[in-house]
Design a protein. Structure first.
Length: 367
């Protein structure tokens, strides 16, 4: 178990391509940190530099109290689980799981004990004699996890370990990784492009874009208080609704004017948004903060808008409504009982206490 500290780390490939740009991370002992972002954002490169599989162009990485910049991967006392499992096809499950221990000349009885302990944790004791080709995707992933567990490393590193699994198995394995983390009580660093995995697994989430850290915080802070427009749009399903418009002042009240509708801001926002009076801003509201007026007992006309319902998408426990204001399209997530007619105008109530505003130029959060 160990803290991991990434200080001012940059990775520049030949040709001047900067994959990681001055990244700083502090991963506490026993913490589960998730690096998330779109393809090419630098998250896997960052993980590989921590593992020692990529050379650092500049900066420092500490694992525990040891500076590991020049320490080979095999001597960093970490275990990595890859996207493609990286199992030896000619070896049995037992041989795959014990391979690293045999290389390190562990006694045979200790190897057997550790493998048995790991297989019991993962529920794969009955697979020890099989070859990887005889295993399902989920079973292969468990073997890859088991190979990491037997090492009893200071930290586990995961590089998109569930991306090759089908949707149902992904959910199942996500639960298994969560249980594993609680049982092992060690440090985890996990890379994914799936924001659902990030939200459900991480103590902290690091959102990356273009090699830079956009925000690092606990999942609900990332969701409720995004640092900028990119974070707000990347985290959340369906994505946050974003619309461009102007802040207006009428009779000492501030409004957001989208072009086709106006909604009054809550007074708590006046202090910050008064400086944007008459200026263009980006307005954000999440799908669950938009309601059908028919199901709202009390609604002010000043936070009610009219829009056409273009698509109704039932998802069992909830329904997505795809709406058009005449200028912008957006999504509302409503209860399963709510099935408005398609291609009809409907009145919608916006929860203005939950909205976000972003600066049009910098895209940083205003509210």
């Amino acid at each position: 178990m160990a803290q991991i500290s990434v200080r001012d780390v940059t990775k520049v490939y030949k040709g001047g391509v900067k994959a990681v740009d001055n990244v700083n991370l502090g991963i506490e002992n026993k913490e589960f940190m998730v690096l998330v972002g779109p393809s090419g954002c630098g998250k896997s490169t960052t993980l590989r530099m921590i593992a020692g599989l990529e050379e650092i162009s500049s900066g420092k990485i500490w694992i525990g109290n040891r500076l590991v910049n020049d320490v080979p991967a095999k001597d960093r006392d970490i275990a990595m689980v890859f996207q493609n499992y990286a199992l030896y096809p000619h070896m049995s499950v037992f041989e795959n799981m014990s391979f690293g221990l045999r290389l390190r000349k562990y006694p045979k009885h200790e190897i057997v004990r550790r493998v048995q302990e790991a297989t019991e944790i993962l529920g794969i004791k009955h697979l020890l004699e099989r070859r990887p080709r005889q295993l399902s995707g989920g079973e292969r992933q468990r073997v890859a996890l088991g190979r990491a567990i037997v090492r009893k490393p200071q930290a586990f590193l995961f590089d998109e370990p569930l991306s090759n699994l089908d949707a149902k198995l992904r959910v199942q394995m996500r639960t298994e990784i969560h249980k594993l983390r609680l049982r092992l009580q060690t440090t985890f660093v996990y890379v994914t492009h799936d924001q659902t995995e990030a939200m459900t697994l991480g103590d902290k989430i690091v959102v990356m874009k273009d090699g830079k850290v956009q925000q690092c915080a606990d999942p609900m802070t990332i969701y409720d208080k995004p640092a900028n427009k990119f974070v707000a749009g990347f985290i959340g399903s369906p994505p946050i609704n974003l619309m461009q418009g102007r802040i207006l002042k009428k009779e000492r009240k501030l409004y957001f004017d989208e072009g086709k509708f106006q909604v009054k801001l809550v007074e708590d926002m006046y202090g910050v948004l008064a400086a944007y009076e008459g200026k263009e801003v980006i307005f954000g509201i999440r799908a669950e903060d938009i309601y059908d007026k028919l199901f709202v007992s009390q609604a002010s006309p000043e936070n009610t808008i009219r829009a056409a319902c273009e698509v109704v998408e039932p998802l069992g426990s909830e329904v997505y409504l795809y709406l058009n204001s005449g200028k912008n399209t957006f999504i509302a997530r409503v209860g399963a009982h709510n099935r408005p007619e398609v291609n009809r105008d409907m009145d919608l109530v916006l929860d203005m206490s939950k909205v976000h505003f972003f600066d049009r130029e910098t895209e940083k959060t205003i509210i």
